[in-house]
Structure formats: C-alpha cells, structure tokens
Design a protein around this ligand. Structure first.
Ligand SMILES: [Zn+2]
Ligand SMILES: [Zn+2]
Ligand SMILES: [Zn+2]
Length: 259
C-alpha cells in the first residue's frame, strides 16, 4: 500500500491585528519580505483528498483564494477569540460547492460560546439562507476524521483555555501561555510542532519567543515553527537568532509527510 500523504499549510501566522498593522509604519509593517506579511492564524490539513481547516480566521476568504482551496470538509476550532472565528461566514461558498453541511468540532466551552455568539448559525431558531450550514460536535478526546486520528491537546491561554490539535506527527498549538503537564504525553515523538510565540516581550496570554523556545526543547519535536507572530518579529533578521530546529513560520508555508 502506498503511504498516505499528510500536508499542512500555514494559512496565517500573524497575531490578532495581522501584520502589517493598519496605521503602523515600522520596519516590519513596511518590509518588502513577503514572510513579514502575516494574515490571522489558521492551518489547513490535507489528507486523503480531504481538507481540514483549523479555525476560521478573520482573513479566511483571502487565505482560501490565495491557496486556491476548492473544498473544506471539516473545521476544528481552537477557541473563540475573534481572530480565530470571525471568518466563519466565509465558509458559505464551500456549502454551495459541497451541498452538505460542513462538520465542525470544538471543545465544550468553545461550543457554548459559539451557540451564543453565532446563534444565527448554531441556534434552534429560524435560519436565514445567508449563513453557513455547519453541524457542531463537541470533542473531549481523540477522534477520527477521514481516517486520520485527531487528538485535542488542552492548553492554557491566559485566564482562559484553548485546544491544540495533533494530527499524526504534527501538532498545532496556537494561542497558549502554558502547556499543562497532563498534555505533554500527547506531544511525544512529533516530527513538527507549530507553536504560539507572539513577540520578544512577555505577554499574559501567549508564549513569548524565549518561552516558546523553552517549550520546544521540552517537547523535542524534530522541527518547530513559531506562529501567531506580531510586528516585533522580522523574519530574516530575528530568524538567525533562533536555535537549530526552530524557525519562524510564514504564510503559505507547506510541510508534507508520508504516513
Ligand atoms: Zn508595525
Ligand atoms: Zn486567543
Ligand atoms: Zn489568536
């Protein structure tokens, strides 16, 4: 049997404002390096001809056009901060293309807030024809999607919580300020860790770069990509200061694995 291919695409690698930040004329916001141009954080996982989207970032439409995505088969939500969910209506074209409702998955807390904040999509009331058709499933442990095992990884995100997701040899941990000890066994033997690292200065709800490097060493993945980056990070210049095996992620970056 030929091995199945798992491909991950970094759709967006920027913090909640995106980079450039509107109104800012700093070195990074005016950089000619396309790797300093960051849309809001999201990941596309392609496996067995299916596309699994992680979060519906504010820039979803732009990301789908840029990567020429023709179908979305499932969506996983890490948490419900605006930068990770406010692109949700841009799933509509994929309903038209796919005809079926798209299955979406979230932890219990995120599912509750989605039902409240997006009642026109997830509520029981009358639905307008102009909203995405999605079926919401709460997850609290590993599950299978299209033959690929998906493991939610509970994370601490400031005063709140978020979920990371593991897909075979890849883990995507955006928006976190700590990895609980209980989650560490879920991160063994990774080929690729994609990890939150907002900026150099500390932040209450995100790892800064020094903390992310420390966590990367603890997890011990073969390769670590830092994401959710602010305009404090200049890809080329600051990338040279990272230890071996750790790099800054950039929009459109693709990594492929044979499973
Ligand atoms: Zn700037
Ligand atoms: Zn967040
Ligand atoms: Zn975020």
């Amino acid at each position: 049997m030929t091995p199945e291919k798992l491909e991950v695409t970094l759709l967006g690698t920027g913090t909640s404002t995106g980079v450039p930040v509107p109104g800012c004329s700093c070195r990074v916001c005016t950089s000619a390096d396309s790797r300093d141009n960051r849309t809001r954080c999201s990941l596309l996982v392609s496996y067995a001809g299916k596309n699994i989207l992680v979060d519906t970032a504010t820039d979803l439409r732009q990301q789908m056009l840029r990567e020429k995505v023709t179908h979305i088969d499932a969506v996983l939500f890490t948490h419900t901060h605006a930068d990770h969910i406010h692109g949700i209506d841009d799933l509509r074209p994929f309903n038209i293309a796919g005809r079926e409702a798209i299955p979406v998955f979230a932890g219990a807390a995120a599912a509750k807030s989605m039902k409240r904040n997006f009642s026109y999509i997830f509520g029981n009331g009358e639905r307008s024809g102009y909203c995405p058709r999605l079926t919401l499933t709460e997850v609290d442990g590993p599950f299978e999607l299209f033959g690929l095992s998906v493991t939610p990884v509970p994370l601490i995100h400031g005063n709140g919580a978020s979920l990371g997701f593991r897909f075979g040899p890849v883990a995507y941990l955006t928006d976190c300020s700590a990895i609980p000890e209980a989650s560490m066994p879920l991160l063994k033997d990774l080929k690729l860790l994609i990890l939150d690292a907002l900026r150099f200065r500390p932040h209450v709800s995100h790892f800064n770069i020094a903390q992310a490097i420390e966590q990367a060493e603890k997890v011990g993945a073969e390769q670590t990509l830092l994401t959710h980056l602010s305009h404090d990070v200049e890809h080329e210049k600051h990338g040279k200061g990272l230890p071996g095996g750790v790099e800054f992620a950039f929009d459109s970056q693709k990594i492929c694995f044979a499973l």
